[in-house]
Design a protein around this ligand. Structure first.
Ligand SMILES: Cc1ncc(COP(=O)(O)O)c(C=O)c1O
Length: 367
């Protein structure tokens, strides 16, 4: 069998080893049922138990009260770009959006199908290398909600605290790439959604945590699959869900709890990201993209002095078992994605390679 290598992919991304090992067993036979997880009915007893445990463990991990529904949907975080305004935004009202990168822009594009969209702050002018400050934020008069992308996967920037929504408005956050990477106060939010494929499991499942009073009644008549209320009422089983995705997310929650919960995740992530950031801060060969105060603990973006060196870097890294480092085409360079499950040894191996590469190419870069 081939060895596993360090996977810096932005998503689908590295998962915790104990979770993968457990899944290997459960694919064949789960809970001594004589049937593997992929083959169980979503309405049967075994999957009932999985659904209830996954929800309960999610509540424990996130400290989520009964005021909130926890459920799953399909269609990725991208579908939430329209589910959110469809359910929450009346046609004569405004919602405020932070424009902090491509994923935020996707949400901004879909909002006007339903109501008015006001961009309350943007870092577009600097190719999204920063999170706007409160002083740079101008809310509209009476928004229904304020939407922000908690971690900008492509740019490598992260909100280190949630924005304060104006009175009467609630917060909606796309937490696809940093959910449960640090302690979270869910009570500050109206709705949180997260595609699973970074910190929570495989692609194809989206976790939703929504205040019950907000999701109960959509503001307009909607097709049945578009109503949050239908998915919430049926425990994410309004239609056939991605059963494996929900199962695996449950295993990830168990792993987070066994590791010590969100505080332990934060310590781990601070350490792992710290390996790379302290190296980047100590040198002048590589050029980081994100401004210091806005940088992400999950996705670290940087460039070599020239695009040719970026190409050579990626080839060299690949040959040393450091995979998935190519940056998104909109900013180029490199991106090291290191979510909860990513091992510190991988960050150290990357820094070792970066040192060697910089040493070998410093003269070429200056020429
Ligand atoms: C922050 C963020 N939002 C949304 C998406 C889109 O997710 P999906 O492809 O699951 O729709 C991504 C994908 O990487 C993301 O990182």
């Amino acid at each position: 069998m081939s060895e596993r290598i360090f996977n810096f992919s932005a998503g689908p991304a590295a998962l915790p080893e104990p979770v993968i090992r457990q899944a290997q067993k459960d694919l064949w036979d789960i809970d001594s049922s004589g049937i593997g997880i992929l083959e169980h009915s979503h309405r049967g007893k075994v999957f009932d138990k999985i659904t209830h445990e996954t929800e309960a463990d999610c509540r424990t991990v996130g400290g989520i009260s009964d005021e909130y529904s926890v459920f799953w949907m399909q269609g990725g975080a991208t579908s939430q770009c329209y589910f959110v305004p469809a359910n929450f935004l009346p046609s004569d009202r405004t919602a405020d959006y932070f424009e902090t990168g491509k994923w935020a822009q996707d949400s901004i594009k879909d909002c006007p199908h339903y109501g008015a969209c006001h961009v309350c702050a943007s870092s577009r002018d600097t190719n999204f290398n920063a999170i706007p400050t409160p002083e740079q934020t101008n809310y509209s008069d009476n928004p229904v909600y304020v939407h922000f992308t908690a971690n900008n996967t492509i740019m490598g920037t992260e909100f280190h605290a949630e924005p304060t929504a104006p009175k009467g408005a609630f917060l909606v956050s796309d937490m696809s790439s940093n959910i449960f990477s640090r302690p979270l106060d869910v009570s500050k939010y109206g709705l949180i959604y997260a595609g699973a494929q970074k910190n929570l499991g495989p692609s194809g499942t989206t976790l939703l945590i929504g205040r019950r009073d907000l999701i109960e009644n959509p503001v307009r008549d909607l097709p049945q699959m578009m109503k949050f209320s239908n998915h919430a009422k049926k425990e994410g089983r309004f239609n056939t869900p991605n059963t494996f995705g929900v199962y695996l997310m449950g295993q990830v929650f168990k792993w987070i709890l066994a590791e010590g919960g969100l505080k332990a995740m934060q310590e781990r992530n601070d350490e792992v990201a710290g390996v790379l950031y302290s190296f980047l801060d100590s040198q002048d060969f590589y050029i980081p993209h994100a401004q210091h105060a806005s940088r992400s603990n999950m996705n670290i973006t940087f460039k070599c002095p020239t695009p040719e060196l970026d190409k050579a870097f990626l080839v060299g890294a690949g040959s040393r078992g450091l995979d998935g480092l190519k940056g998104h085409r909109s900013i180029g360079g490199m991106r090291a994605s290191m979510y909860n499950a990513f091992p510190k040894a991988g960050a150290k191996a990357l820094v070792e390679f970066m040192k060697t590469f910089a040493h070998e190419h410093a003269a070429a870069a200056k020429a």
